[in-house]
Design a protein around this ligand. Structure first.
Ligand SMILES: C[S@@+](CC[C@H](N)C(=O)[O-])C[C@H]1O[C@@H](n2cnc3c(N)ncnc32)[C@H](O)[C@@H]1O
Length: 259
């Protein structure tokens, strides 16, 4: 079975991410000449939208997945550049007016290092505007994943597996922002519960990107079974009487200014 991120498939099933990112972008105040960094830019659709907002500026999209960046290349415009980098360990020389990130920071373990890098690459009065999974996000799917992981079929293969996501609370994040030098910030948790309209959109979202770290870790013979069991149980838990599938999304939002 396919194990890594698949940029093309992600694009088809990433309506939730597109909705959150578009909303965040609509609220950004831009003059049109800003230099913007999009961290964890994925398939580049939002990066392309950002680029339209800054015709006299430039957008740099960073992602660690070659497949995501291959898809992103399809949306490339003149004032847009993609870089294959791990945002947690990257060295970035440029200075930006805005650092934007949608649905990506929770995939990174070391937020202190990440935020220090973001602070370092912002210009004076530059803005960091990011949104990602926060405390309490996806309790339906996470409950199912934990149950299946601990079942006899998978517990030994996954005994050394590192949980892939960090989902922080607001006060914890405020402390981190202060510790790297941000003095002006607003942090809030957004309830973005969602009814996926049908099975295809719900299962597509589980497969790309949610289940990727788990099946990537498992040996081939176990990966397909893990996917099948998780999808069946997740459908059972999320199924609503009107044919939709419910997931509880809690998104941590940050607006911080470098002084
Ligand atoms: C859910 S996708 C979001 C993509 C895009 N921002 C969007 O909203 O559609 C998360 C992205 O973060 C990327 N990512 C995860 N960890 C990363 C890291 N350490 N450095 C760079 N990108 C990372 C993944 O490859 C993936 O493309």
């Amino acid at each position: 079975m396919e194990k890594g991120f698949n940029g093309q498939k992600y694009e088809k099933f990433s309506q939730p991410q597109q909705d959150w990112g578009s909303k965040m972008m609509d609220e950004l105040e831009l003059q049109g000449d800003e230099h913007i960094l999009d961290l964890g830019c994925g398939n580049g659709l939002l990066t392309a939208k950002l680029t339209e907002r800054v015709p006299e500026g430039k957008v740099v999209g960073v992602d660690s997945s070659p497949s995501m960046l291959k898809q992103a290349e399809k949306h490339r415009a003149d004032n847009m550049e993609f870089r294959l980098l791990d945002m947690e360990n990257m060295i970035i020389e440029d200075k930006f007016d805005v650092v934007f990130s949608n649905a990506a920071f929770h995939w990174v373990k070391g937020h202190y290092v990440l935020l220090r890098t973001v602070h370092g690459c912002l210009k004076k009065n530059g803005v960091m505007r990011v949104q990602f999974a926060g405390e309490g996000n996806c309790t339906n799917l996470i409950g199912v994943l934990k149950e299946v992981m601990s079942s006899p079929e998978f517990s030994s293969s996954l005994s050394s597996f590192e949980w892939p996501w960090v989902m922080s609370g607001t006060s914890e994040y405020e402390k981190l922002l202060l510790s790297v030098g941000f003095e002006e910030y607003r942090v809030w948790m957004e309830n973005a519960d969602r009814n996926f309209p049908d099975e295809a959109s719900f299962v597509g979202w589980i497969e790309q990107p949610s289940i990727v770290p788990f099946v990537s870790y498992l040996p081939e013979e176990n990966a397909t079974l893990f996917r099948d069991v998780v999808v069946d149980k997740a459908k059972e838990v999320a199924d609503q009487s009107d044919g939709t599938y419910l997931e509880y999304f809690r998104r941590l939002n940050v607006h911080a200014v470098k002084k």
